[in-house]
Design a protein around this ligand. Structure first.
Ligand code: NAD
Length: 499
């Protein structure tokens, strides 16, 4: 059995706590590795190494720091297949999807190569007689991030790329479900020339998270994961005086207007609802057709598309639509919620409950489900299922559809499918959700924009990546300076009389 490590001060180090978690192969249901769960003492060692290394890194000029990221991007391209293979084997997502996970993180690293430009600061010349004012952006020091299982490459890169570009040291506590790729990324950063101690990976669970939250040296905490944990980390971290940003769960609605191209909408829904087995925070989990006729037609178009989905391990080829979910517990939770949908009276028009894959009976595969006539009071509507389950909620008008999305407690992403520019514009303006797609089902912004939800999907003031990341990972210092008139009045050729 492979025993994974931590990556502390540039070295792979074995866990010393005696506690481990199983890393599964979700396709077979087998344990493929053991990951150590760090104690407070192990986290303290990483913090001490980070604190010792950070000042020298902050003193490296931003262009040279950016060059490390340039080289890192090259190494990601070199090792793309190797990373994607490992990612798929621990997470379960398809091979092309695993490459997408790495690619979207890589693009954030590429964006952070602009660090010299982003860190230039501000300057006011002659703010008063002989007075200039300038503001500089300085690194925070030692920073930390806690990431979820569903994007084990992209989300760590969302955090560490800007953190280190700004001159910080960064401690990553990745998900214990798929920790290998984060460890590989840390190795690549070091190969790219990052000094020891600037990126460290400390594996663990709540104990390691609490060690981060209560450590007085760590200045900031980034979190992505489920909303209850996001709320805990935000509350605790802020109370400890840290800068904190937390991104939580979602229930993303897609509104389908009667004038939409329904084939296009159905294709989009199948990809956005079932891709990655629904384990995306930007997955569409609620379809809201407007009008009974739109709903009936959409359902008829969805059913054959859903029934055709190829569900298999990533090793079965690039035409696999989705793979297993991450753990047996996740599968159990999804099937439990499906049962509540049936019990509470929703119409289960595609039933994936009996799905089984020959040769992979112990894998965590979940068949696709489609519910129709879901209502606001049902658990499958209120709860984030995080599985291949799409719910249709029929709305009688645009205003009712808009109201549904607005009233839901989550506000991560949403989409509208329509041919009418005025409706799309009205929707984009009024909706209280952070990321909006117009005929785009999964509107994940590119690296140079920012990513973040509203309501119970995000806690904190700044979004991830884009310009916000350079604000989050630096603090502003403003200097007001006055230089009285001096040498320019002319050289002194005689000793002055002392008086
Ligand atoms: P999770 O909340 O279970 O775990 C996230 C991280 O928190 C992991 O590193 C985990 O070890 C740690 N953690 C778990 N329990 C903890 C506890 N009690 N105390 C302290 N730390 C704890 O989330 P997950 O299952 O890994 O990921 C799926 C969730 O993440 C979904 O809700 C999804 O919507 C959300 N997500 C959100 C975004 C976003 O940007 N909004 C992006 C991706 C995923």
């Amino acid at each position: 059995m492979q025993e994974l490590t931590h990556f502390i001060n540039g070295e792979h180090v074995k866990g010393t706590s005696g506690r481990f978690a199983d890393v599964m192969n979700p396709a077979t249901g087998e344990v493929q590795a053991k990951v150590p769960l760090a104690s407070k003492e192990e986290m303290d060692a990483a913090v001490a190494a980070a604190q010792a290394a950070q000042p020298a890194w902050a003193a490296v000029n931003p262009q040279r720091r950016a060059r490390v990221l340039m080289k890192f991007v090259d190494l990601l391209h070199r090792d793309m297949d190797k990373l994607a293979e490992k990612l798929s084997s621990e997470h379960g997502k398809t091979f092309p999807d695993a490459k997408g996970d790495i690619q979207r993180g890589l693009e954030v690293a590429e964006y952070c190569i602009a660090a010299p430009q982003m860190l230039k600061g501000e300057y006011t010349d002659a703010a008063g007689p002989g007075i200039d004012i300038y503001s500089m952006r300085q690194p925070l020091g030692v920073t930390a991030g806690i990431t979820p299982f569903n994007f084990p490459a992209m989300i760590p890169m969302w955090m560490f790329a800007p953190a280190i570009a700004c001159g910080n040291a960064f401690i990553l506590k990745p998900s214990e479900r798929d920790p290998s790729v984060p460890l590989m990324l840390a190795e690549l950063l070091e190969e790219a020339g990052l000094p020891k101690g600037i990126i460290q990976v400390v594996n663990g669970d709540k104990e390691a998270v609490d060690a981060i939250l209560y450590d007085p040296i760590i200045q900031s905490v980034g979190f992505v994961g489920s909303t209850p944990i996001a709320e805990y980390i935000y509350g605790t971290g802020c109370a400890q005086g840290k800068r904190v940003q937390c991104f939580g769960g979602a229930k993303n609605h897609m509104i389908i207007m009667p004038d939409a191209d329904l084939d296009q909408a159905a294709d989009a829904l199948v990809g956005a609802g079932y891709g990655a087995a629904g384990e995306r925070c930007m997955a569409i989990s609620v379809a809201v057709p407007v009008g009974e006729e739109t709903a009936d037609k959409l359902r008829d178009k969805l059913i054959p598309r859903i029934e055709k989905l190829k569900i298999a391990p990533y090793t079965a080829g690039d035409d696999v639509d989705y793979g297993p979910v991450v753990t047996a517990a996740a599968k159990e939770n999804i099937l439990r919620l499906v049962q509540t949908g049936v019990d509470q009276g929703a119409d289960l028009v595609v039933d994936g409950r009996d799905f089984s894959l020959q040769g992979y009976e112990d894998g965590f595969f979940v068949g696709p489900h489609l519910f129709d006539k879901v209502t606001k009071d049902m658990d499958i509507y209120k709860t984030e299922i995080f599985g291949p389950v799409l719910s249709m909620v029929r709305a009688q008008s645009y205003e009712e559809a808009l109201g549904l999305a607005m009233d839901h407690e989550y506000g991560n992403g949403t989409a509208i499918f329509t041919r009418d520019g005025d409706t799309a514009r009205d929707f984009a303006n009024r909706i209280n959700i952070g990321m909006v797609g117009v005929n785009v089902p999964i509107p994940v912004p590119l690296a140079y924009h920012t990513f973040g939800g509203w309501k119970k999907s995000a806690f904190g003031d700044l979004n991830q990546h884009g310009p916000d990341a350079f604000k989050f990972y630096t603090r502003t210092k403003t200097v007001t300076s006055r230089w009285p008139s001096g040498i320019k009045e002319g050289g002194e050729f005689h000793f002055k009389q002392m008086d």
